[in-house]
Design a protein around this ligand. Sequence first.
Ligand SMILES: Cc1cc2nc3c(=O)[nH]c(=O)nc-3n(C[C@H](O)[C@H](O)[C@H](O)COP(=O)(O)OP(=O)(O)OC[C@H]3O[C@@H](n4cnc5c(N)ncnc54)[C@H](O)[C@@H]3O)c2cc1C
Length: 456
Amino acid sequence: MSGMTIDQLRERARGAVIEPGDDLYDEARTVYNAMIDRRPRVVVRCSDAGDVMAAVDFARENGLDLAVRGGGHSVPGFGTVEGGVVADLSGMRGVRVDPAARTARAEGGATWGDFNHATGAFGLATTGGIISTTGVGGLTLGGGIGYLTRGHGLSCDNLISADVVAADGRLLHASAEENPDLFWALRGGGGNFGVVTSFEFRLHPVAGIYGGVRFFELAETANVLRFYREFIADAPPELGAFPAFQIAPPLPFIPEARHGDTFIAMVACWSGALEKAEGALAPIAEIAPTVAAFVDAMPYAALNGLFDGLVPPGLQHYWKANFVTELSDAAIAAHVEHGPKVPAVNSTVHIYPINGAVHEVAPNATAFAYREANFATVIAGMWPDPADNEANTAWVRSYYDATAPESEEGGYINFMSGDDQSRIKANYRGNYERLVDVKRAYDPDNLFHVNQNIQP
Ligand SMILES: Cc1cc2nc3c(=O)[nH]c(=O)nc-3n(C[C@H](O)[C@H](O)[C@H](O)COP(=O)(O)OP(=O)(O)OC[C@H]3O[C@@H](n4cnc5c(N)ncnc54)[C@H](O)[C@@H]3O)c2cc1C
């Protein structure tokens, strides 16, 4: 090694420094997607920004690949790397809420479960993902789509500032006032610009919500999707809702005889005044006869964890994604053909709305470029058995091929697979050149390249 030695790294780092042969090595190299099987040279379990700086210096000085892990949910497995260094932030999960200022600061490895629990105690929330185990880090840096998007924008739209360990090992502060170009790039540009050790978010009053999931017969798919495209265009901003293809899990609210059948579902979250909730969701209940429904008042954090059981760690994952401006009849026909073939109870297809508050931000105001699109579609292939990899990957690909002609060229970077790197320019459209400029300023040697990479 030409730079810092492992012993020197151990001296600098407070957290565990784990190498091949160590007892914790197999656990430390494992990420959420079990299709990913990589053997890093070293995993640094960072305990603070100082540890992150040490890991970054160690990788840079030794010319090693560097992976940064927040929640570890990246489908392409960007939270680990063959033969390189993993800066694992999963031990940095603290969340500090300032209820008076309505802000919260989350460490770089916090999950949305950590975040929502901490803010929920004060009846506050910000836009996060729909599964509680996903990392605040990766999700926010890529944009961040969830139940509160229509009312409060993307997660990155709620970012006030970030502490960032840059490629040269310095800790920088990024906000509208300090390093504003870096702050612009962090809001959608993914992990390309440094390791965020702390995210500061704006919060909103979101105490109890009313929502859940309603299942309709597959024969109603075209009806449901045609209803959805009209309804969501001007539904109140307090309503988050999306259709989902879903195999019925064995849950008590679903008739036992229908367990294992495939349905078109509508998932909804009303975050406005509770007395208006039933009225707001009534049109969804009226689309078609309901087969089963679990819709009720609950804390926002409870809805955020409602589907966690369907997506435990250790599944095989292969996903594809596109932005969609018009949910055309041809697109609906493609969904009607491919959605019902969803191969496992863990797999799903969601068509998220990205209108409302997302449209109120200019496409060049943050790195997230597809502000005029109305939907972000994800074909999320997830299943337990590696023996099914070929067949289920083929399902995702053929579904994607069928919907691509009715979609935008670009997709949401957080929903993409490792083989989507060639789409990076399309994902950022008019913002791509500026992202390259910021990359050249903060990471000219592309130390942070284990991601949907913007090359300097
Ligand atoms: C089950 C599941 C549900 C999901 N639901 C949603 C959803 O509702 N909405 C949505 O928008 N997306 C969702 N996603 C996609 C999710 O946004 C991405 O997988 C995201 O990359 C996960 O972030 P992470 O921190 O968990 O992952 P990681 O694998 O840890 O990181 C992903 C990327 O972000 C970088 N990164 C992570 N943390 C940091 C940090 N602190 N500083 C710098 N770089 C960092 C990593 O280097 C890597 O490139 C979901 C994914 C899964 C698997």
